[in-house]
Ligand binder design. Structure first.
Ligand SMILES: Cc1cc2nc3c(=O)[nH]c(=O)nc-3n(C[C@H](O)[C@H](O)[C@H](O)COP(=O)(O)OP(=O)(O)OC[C@H]3O[C@@H](n4cnc5c(N)ncnc54)[C@H](O)[C@@H]3O)c2cc1C
Length: 201
């Protein structure tokens, strides 16, 4: 078990998907609404493991590049603040996450998405518990294991088992890491390695 300590889960997220009856033309496809104090924000999420008072928010307005995802004159937004993974010893409740959701909406309204709440016609919200239940991810993490130079020199788990040479691993917890591009790259590299191993390489 001690060898697993270096593979702590990464952060989780609150996923808020909103359908709106209007567009916010100032939004690009990818948008960040930063915390006033990024250092304090990271400290709160990754060290204190608390919901941040002033979150950094990633927001995707996919209709900027694919107009078919929302009706004319409307927007659909994916809103994702990064928050701590689930602490099973003292888990947050859905109500805690819903209070945090309101903080996120307050911030977006304050930072230019005026009257956002009034324009919501559809809403879907996922907490870290929903993510864990749906994907069986460790503690609701969304990027596999954490990249931490003190815990694991920022390396993820190796692709091939040291104990069973015919056992290979792939995905967000395996090198090079989480996120769709890295996970696809991992799959390609593991496939090559399996072929090499099969040929006796
Ligand atoms: C909310 C959210 C937002 C994200 N946003 C982005 C983003 O914008 N850009 C980006 O690049 N990455 C994003 N990611 C990260 C990205 O989705 C992951 O890094 C990637 O999906 C990991 O791939 P994986 O194959 O390791 O795991 P997964 O994609 O989770 O696939 C694992 C699959 O295995 C299934 N499974 C688990 N246990 C079992 C079992 N016992 N038996 C059978 N099946 C099982 C799960 O249901 C799941 O379908 C996001 C992740 C989340 C959760």
């Amino acid at each position: 078990m001690r060898s697993l300590e270096k593979f702590e889960p990464s952060c989780s997220g609150l996923v808020l998907e909103l359908g709106l009856d209007r567009k916010y033309p100032q939004l690009a496809h990818h948008n960040f609404f930063f915390s006033d104090d990024q250092r304090a924000h990271f400290h709160t999420v990754f060290r204190k493991r608390e919901l941040p008072p002033d979150p950094t928010i990633y927001l995707v307005a996919a209709s900027r590049t694919d107009p078919t995802v929302a009706p004319d004159g409307c927007d659909c937004l994916k809103i994702l603040p990064h928050i701590p993974h689930i602490n099973d010893a003292d888990p947050l409740s859905r109500d805690d996450y819903m209070v945090f959701k309101e903080r996120v909406l307050d911030k977006l309204e304050r930072m230019g998405l005026e009257n956002l709440r009034r324009h919501v016609v559809f809403e879907h919200c996922w907490t870290p518990h929903d993510i864990r239940e749906r994907y069986r991810s460790n503690s609701g993490s969304i990027y596999g294991v954490v990249s931490d130079r003190f815990k694991n020199l920022a390396f993820k788990a190796p692709k091939q088992s040291e104990r069973y040479p015919n056992l290979f691993f792939v995905g967000g917890s395996v090198n090079p890491g989480g996120g769709m591009p890295m996970v696809v790259l991992c799959g390609q590299n593991v496939a090559k390695r399996v072929v090499e191993w099969d040929r006796g390489g």
